[in-house]
Design a protein around this ligand. Structure first.
Ligand SMILES: Cc1cc2nc3c(=O)[nH]c(=O)nc-3n(C[C@H](O)[C@H](O)[C@H](O)COP(=O)(O)O)c2cc1C
Ligand code: SF4
Length: 433
């Protein structure tokens, strides 16, 4: 399957982030087209395109927009989720650095469609260069009359705010994000009501991922037939696959949905020389891991789901035979325990105990009974937590026990980690530029 660079097609050009560069690449032409359409037709077009949210769950974008009640007399809001904190997920930040205007154009189109006159980009606070680049792009767009009052003479008004988060993974969860944006501590909200009914300031709100919104201008400009000529029937279009870890050339590979890891590794120069693929994540650390037997799984929502995992954010973290799976899972679990917001008991207490058990296994004080305990605690978290962070914490443990039980047992019988720290790369990134 060939690569299909659409969003990433001119990332390597000098000054790719400026308004001038964007205009040279058909920038803001989709906006002209969209503003000439009725907002409802615009929603129907995005719905018919089959675009699915790129933030993890794959929810159809147009359908989400159609849930916003119209004629309700309340303000509507569009919030772009640019928190990107999942281990392995690294596509939105490069996109915003290289081509912030495609996101700005997508935001104006989406806000017009759902009749929102305020939009926010909630950016992970640590990424100062991204914040600056977005602020510059938004200022350029205001100066060019693309944002603000009476956009391009259409009568449509939009205020666009770039908001810096304070650095918590949970603030990527859409309802925690809304609480954080309102100035509260970021913790998930009980649903219903869903954000489409009562979101930001209790008003109808669409929360979409950066890549979802950035995919809208090319779809509007080039049409649904073009979009559906890529990908599969239920997962149409192009998307960014992020390859990291033990791969010869890590980076972003934009390809049709439904490509396989075997094909992507072909483009990325394969697993680093002299080593074999051991395990990998299809969609970031919170999606159940795969092994070499899954190299030909089609990387669309259905294919990955049928093989027992989730496409998530398409963050393909590659681990070779020098990696201790128990140690990798411990490092992820430490992350989830640290990032657990503490609102619900299964996740708050469970992630703490998972870390203790995994540490014991790594340092040689674990027992075979601990493997059952790991599963018991994971089962008490999975599907029983208040939000999906808990499920994400249980996934690497349950899937690694499914595929690498023998390696766990080796840790118990051999009195600790069998990998030699001198030769094992453990969790160190290898081959990064
Ligand atoms: C713990 C947690 C963290 C999340 N982090 C992000 C994130 O950084 N960016 C994102 O777009 N979605 C994230 N999500 C998913 C969002 O809740 C939401 O589904 C998404 O923003 C919807 O956008 P989409 O429909 O365009 O995919 C996270 C979910 C959870 C449970
Ligand atoms: S699952 Fe974890 S992160 Fe989510 S609400 Fe419960 S404690 Fe907070």
């Amino acid at each position: 399957m060939p690569l299909t660079p659409v969003l990433s097609r001119y990332w390597d050009e000098p000054q790719s982030w400026t308004l001038d560069s964007y205009r040279r690449h058909d920038g803001y032409q989709a906006l002209d087209k969209a503003l000439a359409m009725d907002p409802d037709d615009l929603i129907a077009t995005v719905k018919a395109s089959g675009l699915r949210g790129r933030g993890g769950a794959g929810f159809p974008t147009g359908m989400k927009w159609s849930f916003i009640p119209q004629g309700d007399g309340k303000p509507h809001y569009l919030v772009v989720n640019a928190d990107e904190s999942e281990p392995g997920t690294c596509k939105d930040i490069p996109l915003m650095l290289a081509t912030p205007h495609v996101l700005v154009e997508g935001i104006i189109i989406a806000a017009y469609a759902i009749r929102a006159s305020h939009a926010f980009i909630y950016v992970r606070g640590e990424v100062i260069p991204v914040l600056r680049r977005l602020q510059t792009a938004v200022a350029e767009a205001y100066a060019a009359g693309l944002v603000g009052r009476d956009i391009l003479g259409s009568g449509f008004d939009l205020e666009l705010v770039v908001h810096a988060g304070a650095g918590a993974y949970i603030c990527g969860e859409e309802t925690a994000l809304l609480d954080s944006l309102e100035g509260r501590r970021g913790q998930p909200r009980l649903r219903p009501p869903f954000p489409a009914v009562a979101g930001l300031y209790a008003c109808p709100t669409v929360v979409n991922n950066v890549e979802s919104i950035a995919s809208v201008p090319p779809i509007i400009l080039r049409g649904n037939e073009w979009f559906q000529s890529m990908g599969t029937e239920k997962s149409p279009g192009f998307t960014l696959y992020s390859l990291s870890g033990h791969v010869t050339t890590p980076g972003q590979y934009e390809a049709p949905l439904g490509i396989t890891l075997r094909e992507l590794l072909g483009y990325a120069g394969g697993v680093r020389a002299g080593h074999e693929l051991k395990f990998w994540t299809p969609g970031g650390s919170s999606t159940p891991m795969f092994t070499a037997e899954h190299l030909d799984v089609t990387l669309d929502y259905e294919g990955v789901g049928a093989a027992g995992s989730m496409l998530g954010t398409k963050a393909l973290q590659i681990f070779d035979d020098t990696t201790c799976v128990v140690r990798a899972v411990l490092r992820w679990t430490e992350f989830y325990a640290h990032e657990s917001c503490g609102k619900c008991t299964p996740c708050r207490e469970g992630t703490y105990w998972l870390v203790q058990i995994l540490r014991a296994l790594e340092n040689g004080t674990g027992t075979e009974a601990d493997l059952k305990k790991l599963l018991d605690v994971s089962e008490a978290i999975l599907g029983k937590s208040f939000c999906a962070l808990g499920d994400g914490a249980a996934s690497p443990i349950m899937s690694s026990l499914k595929y690498f039980r023998d390696e766990y047992i080796e840790h118990v019988r051999g009195g600790g980690c069998p990998f030699d720290p001198a030769t094992s790369t453990l969790f160190e990134p290898v081959g990064a530029p």
